[in-house]
Design a protein around this ligand. Structure first.
Ligand code: KE4
Length: 425
């Protein structure tokens, strides 16, 4: 028995499914998770001494690579001053300023502890500001595990949602309208049927939770326009894309200004952080100024602010995004060539350093397309790559992330591994 196997067996006795977040359990690919010992740069080592080139990057935050020296140093220095105050502190002000510098649509921002909290709070703000109950979301987009957002499309999706998780009463999701992504007619129809009731649309502007797919030409502009026309808010969930697809996220890359944005992952430099922000007049509905309540014992935590500030400073002052663009090109071209050589049909889809390889023949524009991909083949590919020392997300529906620490040699080694594995699929 390996040490990972031992730990997992033990873990199953104490933690539901043996994991603290379901996707880590490898159910999407079969087999058992390995247990991490440490991570540095583009690499992660397990407790049995195996070394992997890592394309998960702790699910997105590690854009600078694991254990980046600037972040480690900042966290150590902050820890010496105290791990939590629950009193306002200067790093919170610096963080707010830095977020505003990076993302101009943000006029005011509040820090929270996870992406889930960010999205949940943004929705509450949208409802409070508009005094309307309904929210439009898109199937395949994930906005964390708050009750009203854990919904996928059902037959009655246009006017009332269906729960997608046990433990969520239907009444809690009755105001969530779920539509297919990239479908303008569906959105127009939803606004017609629910006139005057839609508080806002929340979306991953480049979805990355059903694989990665891009908004069709003009789609984000369309959503901007239809929300404005109807007095609803446009909410970009940039928990995954923020500070990644460009410093200013998808909104910078595509030139769209949302009313509210949600952040997580990179903004915490690897510590548990989220944030939501946007128009000052909208954010001002929050307590203590306004009637919408939102709070947090550890919000704006000094360790988390130190880590996030260090990460964002490096991103803002360096050329990381340009480098990531080139690395993304290299990886994508290499994987496509490996698949072609092996005669395996693949579709690679990418926004900068965030990408996805579908075992499919047609481009993917929404969840229904993503479901057409060959998931059995992905499972084999995943385990083959892992055996070759390359750790991909253990699910066909997750993105692969490049970091500043991935070298061309790492990418070439990954492509060589893919060449070997593709031959066996
Ligand atoms: P967290 O609560 O996990 O910090 O963030 C929720 C969230 C919100 N919005 C988007 C676009 C997200 O991608 C996420 C979280 N992403 C998942 C996987 N893609 C995190 C991994 C996990 O759940 O274990």
């Amino acid at each position: 028995m390996t040490k990972s196997e031992q730990l997992f067996a033990e873990s199953l006795n104490h933690i539901p499914g043996g994991v603290n977040s379901p996707v880590r359990a490898f159910r999407g690919v079969g087999g058992q998770p390995f247990f991490a010992q440490r991570a540095e740069g583009a690499r992660v080592w397990d407790v049995d001494g195996n070394e992997f080139i890592d394309y998960v990057g702790t699910w997105g935050p590690a854009i600078l690579g694991h254990a980046h020296p600037a972040i480690i140093e900042a966290v150590k220095a902050a820890a010496d001053r105290g791990t939590s105050f629950g009193i306002p502190s200067e790093p919170e002000v610096r963080m707010a300023q830095l977020v505003k510098d990076c993302v101009p649509s943000v006029e005011k921002v509040r820090m929270v502890n996870s992406g889930t909290e960010a999205c949940m709070s943004a929705i509450r703000v949208a409802r409070g500001f508009t005094d309307r109950p309904k929210i439009i979301k898109f199937d395949g987009c994930y906005h964390g595990h708050a009750d009203s957002l854990l919904v996928k499309a059902g037959s009655g999706a246009l006017t009332c949602g269906n729960p997608d998780s046990g433990g969520v009463p239907a009444e809690f999701t009755a105001h969530t309208i779920v539509l297919p992504f990239n479908d303008r007619d569906a959105v127009e129809q939803a606004f017609a049927v629910n006139a005057g009731q839609v508080a806002g649309i929340i979306l991953e502007p480049v979805p990355g939770n059903a694989g990665v797919y891009l908004p069709r030409e003009g789609y984000l502009e369309f959503l901007r326009e239809i929300t404005t026309t109807n007095g609803s808010l446009l909410i970009f969930d940039e928990v995954m894309t923020g500070f990644r697809v460009s410093l200013g996220g998808v909104q910078e890359r595509f030139g769209i200004t949302p009313d509210l944005s949600c952040f997580g992952k990179i903004i915490g430099g690897g510590l548990p952080v989220g944030a939501f922000g946007g128009r000052a007049d909208v954010m001002d509905v929050l307590a203590p100024d306004g009637p919408v309540y939102q709070a947090g014992t550890l919000s704006g935590n000094p360790l988390a602010m130190a880590a996030g500030l260090a990460a964002l400073e490096v991103l803002k002052n360096g050329t990381v995004h340009e480098q990531l663009e080139a690395k993304g090109d290299r990886l994508e071209a290499g994987l496509n060539a490996a698949a072609e050589k092996a005669g395996i049909p693949v579709i690679t889809q990418r926004a900068g350093s965030m990408s996805c390889l579908f075992f499919a023949e047609q481009p993917v524009h929404n969840l229904a397309d993503a479901m057409q991909a060959d998931r059995e083949r992905f499972k084999k590919y995943f385990h083959g790559m892992l055996a070759e020392g390359v750790y991909l997300a253990p699910s066909a529906f997750e993105a692969a992330f490049l970091s500043a620490a991935h070298t061309d040699a790492d990418i070439d080694a990954t492509i060589a591994a893919a060449e070997n594995v593709m031959e066996t699929l």
